[in-house]
Design a protein around this ligand. Sequence first.
Ligand SMILES: [Zn+2]
Length: 348
Amino acid sequence: MLSEQIFRNLCKGLAAALCVFSMHSVAKDAFELVGVSTSAGEKQSYVAQEGDIKLPVTVINGLAEGPVLLLAAGTHGDEFPAMFALQKLAQELNPQELKGTVVIIHLANLDGFHAHRLALNPKDEKNLNREFPGSKTGTATEQIAELLTREFISRIDFFIDMHSGSSNQKLLDHVYSPFVGDKKLDEMTFKFAKATGMKHIIMYGDRPRDPNNSISFPNTAMTRGKPALTTEIGHLGQRDNASIDYALTVARNALYFLAMVPGKAEPNEEVIIYKTIDYVNSEFDGFFTPLVTIGDSVKKGTVVGQVTDYFGNPVQTLQSASVGTVLMINETPPVKSGESAVAIGVVK
Ligand SMILES: [Zn+2]
């Protein structure tokens, strides 16, 4: 059980639902994860292994009571800034001073990382973030999803799945704040999203609400009553210091928000909330040339890019169908019919 003082601090400004989660999952016993035990006040980095699955993790089990926060990188193996940020965070956190437990997954899709694959796992050509809650008898990716659901999501209170733009994709840093129709959970998730300090927040309610068909990693947590965000920081397969530092700042803000380390999460004062994303799709196979850049404001009818055929002839002019901000661009030339070339955030 949480001590009353810690409980009061933690619950200050937070929904009652959160307090219940925290009380349940907090015990300053050893923290068990995939058969490895980390004592209170200890930190361990290891490759968690089950069958053919290998997951590099760090568990920082604080001496004092508090919530369990999961931070994951590499759900898509070509999205690097969060991997470096979480390596730094794992090194800087002191379990003697931490309240609660931080679980870091350094690379959720290790095979995709080593195969230089854009989002997919080479063992079965599947996207891990579409295979939850997974299956123990399924394909390689389905088995990873099942292990993450069973061993990780079941043991945590809060989650941030930390992504970037893929190797072909430019994006404006943003955070998805999902909602699932549970008022307390949705409100807490939105507070958590604001506490990251990120400027661009996308409300996202499109995922199934059935825990047995949760599809994505964060939605697996949400459909089990646990606030879960997706951050998108950095892009184009880069590992620039600005994006790494920003991902680290966002992770630290989550720790401040949950009162796991001393400090204060400073919400962004210029936060912009989007109600949806409109995708502008190509109708042809060929080359895409963007004519806007991320962060640009667009109106209905603004030309956002051009599609040319394999011989250089223009075949389609892409226009925005809404008023909004350019959040993502397919920056590299190849485009196929039906693929989205530009994503427009539509302001709430
Ligand atoms: Zn991703």
